[in-house]
Design a protein around this ligand. Structure first.
Ligand code: CO
Length: 433
């Protein structure tokens, strides 16, 4: 059953709000999958994959692969794969994170990925991520926490102290963006114990904490995602890149016909190159595919019959900076999905995969647009090319037009996520690969 656009957008907003980190995004997706009857698999266990079955498996609690096996499995049908990433650029807390300076208490932070730093100033910041601890039973366990309160802020420097701020502003990531979280009263310990804050968050979730051991924590903007514009033409939110695609792919998978095999791949660490344990340039996808079809010949044939759609946001044309786009490739919001092409293989689209997708869009009556980067600017990339190369799979790169990519608050069109959902559902159901 397909939901309407308003319900879809509300679901997207709730999903992003509940997912301040890749761990939370993965958990949000597993909750939806569990409700839809998908069965959890663990890489440590023996798997018993049945035809017609629906399964999911996570790695590092921050990457997820979910799939359904066709009821009547035919190797020539292949698997329709949709791929996205769970991570977004942000500020993370360093292992030694608290310090006092000039009477202020501050966080020592590390920049994760290609964050646009300027928008992080003057925002109310919460803390979220995974914390490891020893519980009352003496066990070493972990849980996710979300402190959705304004515990920190990075104040701007007044223009009176930097008269060049509007002409010439550089941001030193080591010195200039440490958030403040309070004032000191002498020793740090007198005023504030960071591990106490973490223990409190865990206790409020029903844990009895003996000792906090370690953490992977990020700062995030506590402002909720929302519809924006005089006619609500936009969705404004953190992490639209790329939780919008995770959510869209998730719903498409759940709505797909049961007579074809499809797979959703959402991996962490795209923003830092994907070469990691849970990343798309690791062996997660390869291993899962091998366990579905252990026979090498069958595995190779299955992948050769398959196709991947790598979904990651595209650059909408910006009315104030029109010259940043190629003059004939200026994607507009709410005017359709964007197929991303790059002859130098920064995107994995080929004329073949583009033709498959265009045929789907024509059949479904969905508009589509093309993006091709200016020749005189270095082009970004996605998990598309590395997955195509690693797995040997025909791949297409698409996305919804977005403004402010990698800002702490990005902007997408209010119709585009929904039309991507319709297109991906049709992709999962297409007989023509
Ligand atoms: Co992205």
């Amino acid at each position: 059953m397909r939901m309407d656009q308003n319900a879809f957008n509300q679901g997207l907003i709730n999903f992003i709000e509940a997912s301040p980190t890749p761990y939370h995004a993965t958990t949000s997706m597993t909750m939806v999958l569990e409700q839809a009857g998908f069965i959890a698999l663990d890489e440590k266990d023996e798997w018993d994959i049945e035809l017609g079955g629906r399964y999911y498996v996570t790695r590092n609690d921050s990457s997820l692969i979910a799939f359904q096996m066709a009821e009547r499995f035919d190797i020539t049908d292949g698997i329709r794969m949709v791929a996205a990433h769970t991570d977004s650029p942000c500020l993370k807390l360093k292992p030694k994170t608290l310090y006092a300076k000039e009477g202020y208490l501050q966080f020592n932070v590390e920049v994760y990925g290609g964050a646009l730093l300027a928008p992080w100033y003057d925002r109310d910041l919460g803390v979220a991520g995974k914390v490891w601890f020893i519980n009352k039973e003496g066990e070493r366990v972990s849980d996710l926490i979300t402190i959705a309160k304004p515990v920190a802020i990075i104040p701007s420097l007044a223009i009176h102290l930097d008269r060049e701020a509007n002409q010439n502003k550089t941001i030193n990531a080591q010195n200039d963006i440490s958030p403040v979280l309070g004032l000191t009263m002498g020793e740090i310990e007198d005023k504030f114990d960071f591990e106490d804050l973490l223990a409190q968050a865990l206790t409020s979730q029903g844990h009895e904490v003996e000792q906090v051991l370690d953490y992977d924590l990020s700062l995030f903007d506590i402002q909720k995602p929302g519809m924006v514009g005089a006619n609500q033409d936009f969705i404004a939110s953190a992490r639209l890149d790329n939780l919008l695609s995770c959510y869209t792919g998730l719903l498409a998978l759940m709505n797909a016909d049961r007579d074809l095999s499809c797979m959703l791949i959402c991996t962490d660490h795209e923003e830092v190159g994907s070469k990691s344990f849970p990343g798309a340039d690791g062996d997660f996808v390869e291993k899962v595919l091998r366990r579905i079809t252990p026979d090498v010949n069958i595995n190779s044939r299955l992948i050769a019959n398959s196709m991947m759609v790598s979904t990651d946001n595209a650059h909408a044309v910006h009315p104030n900076f029109v010259g940043k786009h190629d003059h004939l490739h200026k994607p507009q919001m709410n005017k359709g999905l964007v197929v991303k092409t790059n002859a130098n293989q920064r995107y994995a689209s080929s004329s073949e995969t583009q033709s498959i997708f265009k045929a789907i869009c024509l059949k479904e009556g969905l508009p589509m647009q093309y993006y091709n980067h200016r020749n005189d600017l270095p082009c970004g990339s996605t998990i598309g090319p590395m997955s195509a190369a690693k797995l040997g799979i025909r791949t297409l790169d698409i996305g919804v037009p977005t403004l402010g990519m990698h800002s702490i608050r990005e902007l997408a069109g209010s119709q585009d996520a929904y039309s991507m959902y319709l297109a991906l559902t049709a992709f999962c159901d297409t007989q023509d690969l």
